[in-house]
Every structure is written in C-alpha cells, then in structure tokens.
Design a protein around this ligand. Structure first.
Ligand code: A3P
Length: 288
C-alpha cells in the first residue's frame, strides 16, 4: 500500500510501482522462457483478463470449474509483476506455464527469440483501449490522476501513459513476429466470432477441443459469467487499491464504446495519428 503512488521508470517507460519494482522489471527482462511456455502479450485494457481466462480454460478443458479456484492473475501471472515467484512455484506441477506481459517487444525479444515459447498477442481497437484505460485510471488508485478525459486523450496519443505508446507496443511486437512462435488475434474477433477465434487459437497452441470443450470455454469466458464471479471480476481487490464506488473493472466489454466518448474533433485527431503511425502496416485490423 505504501507504494500506491510510486512510479517506476524503466527503459524509458513508466510503470505503476504498486505492481512492479526496479527489481521485478529487471528480472522480467532476464526471464528464462521455456519452450513449453505460453506468453500472453497485451497493451493494458486490450482484453488481457479475458484471454487469461481463455488460455486457462483451453489448458484445463477437462475441468473448467478449476479456473474459478484462483484469480486470473495467479493462474496466468505477469512476468514483470511482484509475486511472480510465488505463482511460478504454485505452477510447478503444470506441464505448461501460462504467463502474461505488458512489456514492449524490445525488452523481451533477446530472451524469446531462441525459444519455441508460444506468444499470443491480443490487440484491440486503440480507441476502445483509450476509453477503457481512462475509466481504469478512475478506478485504480495506483494509476496517475488526470484532470479530464481530454487530458488523458492527449497523454495516450503521445504515449505518455503507463506502459508507453499503444502504437509502439503493437508495431514493436509485429516487427519481430517472424522471429517468434507468434499468434495475433483481436478483441473484436473474439467478440464477433468467438467460436472460430478460440478454435484457431487452440490449433495454434496444439490443443484439441471437442465441441463440448468449446461450449464450456464460451460459457466460462463470457462477459456475463466473468463479471459475476469474484475471482474473475477484480472485486476482491481492496477498496484502497480499486475504488469500486466509481466503476467496475469488468465495465462494459463492448466494441466501439469510443463512439460514446470521442468528440468529432478528437476522432479526426486520432485518425490522423493512427494513419501516421500505422499507415505503412500491411496487416488489416477489424477496426481499420
Ligand atoms: P471495457 O473497459 O471496455 O469494458 P484488460 O483485462 O486488458 O485490463 O482489459 C479490460 C477490458 O476487457 C475491459 O473493457 C473489460 O470489460 C474487458 N473484458 C474483460 N473480460 C471480458 C469478457 N469476458 N468479454 C468481453 N470483454 C471483457
């Protein structure tokens, strides 16, 4: 709790100090990946918790209820955060370690590129990421305070928020995908075509799913199920850390909520920056 307002600056990026220390950030850069690991990579608010639950379900398909015995952050921990070692110890019996990171590719590529670690990158429309992240800043007392949505909007576009620039994050990971065992999917595909997207993901992971497994996964990862389950919806986080009176972690779970928040001018500005940053990419996203 004493680190609630601490900001850790590391490799040019800022991180909330109640989750990371210089020591844990250094340790993450030197993390020894194993060929059997699965690493979930996201920019914050891109559907990390959702995918942590899906990965957990895919690898525990015989017993999907078991995914309710521990919070997602314990079952699929962040390699850069505190308590990783405890969670890894608890994972010792599992054949596959499910891990998460918000790190940019440049911090991990040297340790990842010579492994067969399966890297799953979840991308989300950055306009919706911005909106979700803004609300998260109101909820989470360890995130910086912003005067207004406009203020946050500017900082996000300039990449001055915690974990850096959304544009740098996605471009960095896409630029090294050929060197990795890499699978890209989007929050939007998961929303709109969940069966096919989860099946494609399972194929990439080498996991066979029977129709009943897929039905179970769809049920246990649905927004309605997750938002009502205390181990999945972050309501167990104490009020000193999450001010539950101002909002929910499982907020809306929708696509294109940005349309409720952006002014026409902000949308034009965002599109301009997006085109400048992403215009050269050949990959087509559902939102572009
Ligand atoms: P919103 O704030 O737009 O509702 P992360 O886990 O990366 O922090 O992302 C959180 C976002 O994912 C929140 O978005 C949250 O509601 C959404 N989310 C979490 N679980 C989900 C689910 N099962 N289905 C759809 N969206 C989900």
């Amino acid at each position: 709790m004493d680190r609630l307002k601490v900001v850790e600056v590391f490799e040019g990026l800022s991180f909330p100090g109640n989750l990371q220390t210089q020591e844990t950030l250094h340790a993450a850069v030197n993390f020894q990946f194993q060929d059997t690991d699965v690493l979930l990579v996201t920019f914050p608010k891109s559907g990390t918790t959702w995918m942590q639950q899906i990965l957990s379900l895919i690898f525990n398909k015989e017993n999907p209820q078991s995914t309710q015995s521990l919070p997602t952050w314990h079952r699929v921990p962040w390699i850069e955060q505190m308590h990783l070692l405890k969670y890894l110890t608890d994972m010792k019996a599992s054949k596959v370690r499910l891990l998460t990171t918000h790190f940019h590719a440049r911090l991990l590529i040297h340790n990842l590129k010579n492994t067969k670690t399966r890297v799953v990158y979840v991308a989300r429309n950055p306009k919706d990421v911005l909106v979700s992240y803004y609300h998260f800043h109101n909820l989470a007392k360890f995130m910086p305070e912003f005067d207004s949505f406009e203020d946050f909007f500017d900082q996000f576009l300039e990449g001055k928020v915690h974990y850096g620039s959304w544009f740098d994050h996605i471009k960095g990971w896409l630029s090294v995908q050929q060197e990795l065992n890499f699978f890209l999917l989007t929050y939007e595909e998961l929303s709109q075509e969940p069966c096919q997207t989860i099946q494609n993901l399972a194929n990439f992971l080498g996991e066979h799913l029977e129709p009943k497994d897929l039905q179970n996964i769809l049920h246990y990862c649905s927004f309605s199920f997750m938002s009502q389950n205390d181990l999945l919806n972050y309501t167990l986080v104490p009020p000193e850390i999450f001010d539950h009176s101002v909002g929910k972690f499982m907020r809306k779970g929708e696509i294109e909520d940005w349309k409720e928040h952006f002014s026409p001018e902000q949308n034009t500005r965002f599109n301009h920056v997006y085109q400048r940053e992403m215009g050269d990419l050949t990959v087509k996203f559902p939102w572009s």
